[in-house]
Design a protein around this ligand. Structure first.
Ligand SMILES: [Zn+2]
Ligand SMILES: [Zn+2]
Length: 121
């Protein structure tokens, strides 16, 4: 049985289909999944919400660290963790913040477009 070369470069027996379209579809799905955030990172989010709220509650009624005078309702990272888990969970890197100010800060730091701020209103 002669082989044919698929446009993807793989040689397949004539009459059978290369699985590259399937592979491509899978890769695309994986990418979409990564953009949506994996199941692990979704679990991470709920852990973060829980732990940061506990930390915030322990401070009493702290004001937003930006100086706006609002009562903080969330925890922000002084230094953006950008995937650094140690920095992310380092309480010394946490500060009380308000979602309004955080959204503004995220837009400023991340250039606004393309990336969603950590917390939406
Ligand atoms: Zn192929
Ligand atoms: Zn503020």
């Amino acid at each position: 049985m002669p082989n044919v070369i698929c446009p993807c470069g793989v040689s397949v027996p004539k009459g059978t289909r290369c699985d590259c379209s399937e592979r491509r579809a899978k890769a695309r799905e994986k990418q979409l999944d990564a953009e949506r955030g994996s199941a692990a990172s979704r679990g991470y989010d709920s852990k973060w919400r829980r732990e940061s709220q506990v930390w915030l509650a322990a401070l009493g009624e702290p004001l937003c660290a930006c100086g706006c005078g609002r009562k903080a309702n969330m925890v922000d990272h002084r230094v953006a963790a950008k995937g650094d888990e140690k920095l992310f969970w380092d309480r010394k890197n946490w500060q009380p913040y308000h979602t309004i100010c955080n959204t503004r800060k995220a837009i400023r730091e991340e250039g606004g477009f393309g990336r969603k701020p950590k917390v939406l209103q």
